[in-house]
Design a protein around this ligand. Structure first.
Ligand SMILES: Cc1cc2nc3c(=O)[nH]c(=O)nc-3n(C[C@H](O)[C@H](O)[C@H](O)COP(=O)(O)OP(=O)(O)OC[C@H]3O[C@@H](n4cnc5c(N)ncnc54)[C@H](O)[C@@H]3O)c2cc1C
Length: 329
């Protein structure tokens, strides 16, 4: 099978690397710098926009593919960092409970919207969701890939390293300039902050609870609580404002004790039209981008990595919604 060079060691690069490995390609994987967005991510994959009770673009296909990909790669890696987990969405108004019940009978939603739970505090159960514990998973993917392929700690640089080898840039949002190959006006990066908290006595350790923020169980009484969305300043510094907002939202879901363990901030590689960016970089033989995963890298990348390989090695056209070429039309 063909050789491929992958640049970037975040969620996008790691999922593409695993996918390429499973398809039998030989790989040079250049990982350089801290994949800050991926390390900050709670790793939740969920095919519903909960605020508006809408399906994500291609929800059924993405959810099916993510479920299969994480089952396959858990088996390959011999670990369980990815796992299905229900999300309980807090519903506060009778009208919204009625909407949930009506919509859960709709053919498009029947696989995703589950039962309503509770009387005083009411939650709608979301099915087909899961979470990837990103930090330990990234380490494990690196160790696994190093047994089979060349993994190096090297920065890819257009002037030095453009040589016709099939090369995929999975560079996320960069602090030192725009990701190479993507037009300047295409990206619309979004800062996000997340807290790691100890919540002694918190009762929902077997599910993710959502209501303004997500409360996601890590282990024992440790939880991730996120996330904020902000644009100014666009930096990777945790802010007091972000922390206060997260704690205020949390207090509506959990009035009990809270002990801060961590606070992270990073920038999501989001795109102006809210779709990822895949495809060939014009004028450079063999050069491609795989980027723009926004706030849903764990849901999107399993399916999109397959599209990327099919496109590069079997000339299968990319769906126009994600094709890099859409920005030059
Ligand atoms: C607070 C927060 C919470 C989030 N929660 C979730 C969530 O629950 N679920 C979810 O799916 N998503 C979530 N996201 C979004 C998720 O983080 C992104 O979708 C995902 O991490 C993007 O991964 P990436 O690999 O494209 O980018 P990154 O993680 O930024 O990785 C890119 C890598 O490429 C490297 N790189 C760049 N240039 C070069 C170069 N020239 N040479 C070599 N390497 C290079 C960078 O150093 C970096 O390591 C969240 C994001 C934030 C900020």
């Amino acid at each position: 099978m063909a050789h491929i060079r992958i640049i970037g060691g975040g969620i996008s690069g790691s999922i593409l690397a695993l996918r390429a490995h499973m398809s039998g390609h030989s790989i040079d994987w250049w990982k350089y710098g801290r994949p800050s967005a991926s390390l900050a991510a709670s790793g939740i994959y969920n095919p519903i926009v909960l605020k508006r009770l809408k399906l994500v673009w291609r929800a059924a296909e993405l959810a099916r593919c993510a479920e299969q990909f994480y089952a396959d790669t858990n088996a390959l890696l011999g670990s369980e960092w990815a796992a299905p987990i229900p999300i309980w969405h807090r519903i506060q108004e009778q009208g919204k409970i009625n909407d949930w019940e009506a919509q859960s009978a709709d053919a498009g939603f029947v696989d995703f919207l589950g039962l309503i739970h509770g009387k005083k505090e009411v939650y709608g159960e979301l099915k087909k969701a899961g979470r990837l514990l990103v930090a330990p998973w990234l380490d494990e993917v690196e160790q696994f890939m190093a047994q089979w392929h060349r993994v190096k700690n090297q920065k890819w640089c257009v002037d030095e390293h453009l040589d016709g080898t099939t090369t995929v840039l999975c560079m996320g949002w960069k602090t030192d300039g725009l990701p190479y190959g993507i037009p300047e006006n295409a990206m619309a990066p979004v800062k996000g902050e997340v807290l790691t908290l100890r919540l002694p006595g918190y009762p929902h350790s077997d599910k993710i609870v959502h209501g303004g923020v997500f409360i996601m169980p890590l282990r024992d009484d440790l939880y991730k609580v996120g996330a904020t969305y902000s644009w100014d300043p666009l930096d990777e510094r945790p802010s007091d404002q972000g922390k206060e907002w997260l704690l205020e939202q949390l207090s509506k879901l959990w009035p009990g004790p809270v002990e801060q363990v961590g606070h992270e901030a990073a920038v999501r590689p989001a795109v102006r039209d809210r779709k990822p960016i895949l495809g060939a970089v014009g004028g450079h033989e063999g050069l491609y981008v795989f980027n723009g995963m926004g706030s849903r890298g764990t849901l999107l990348a399993p399916l999109l990595s397959q599209w990327m390989l099919d496109h590069m090695f079997h000339s299968v056209p990319l769906p126009s919604e994600v094709d890099l070429g859409r920005f030059s039309e």
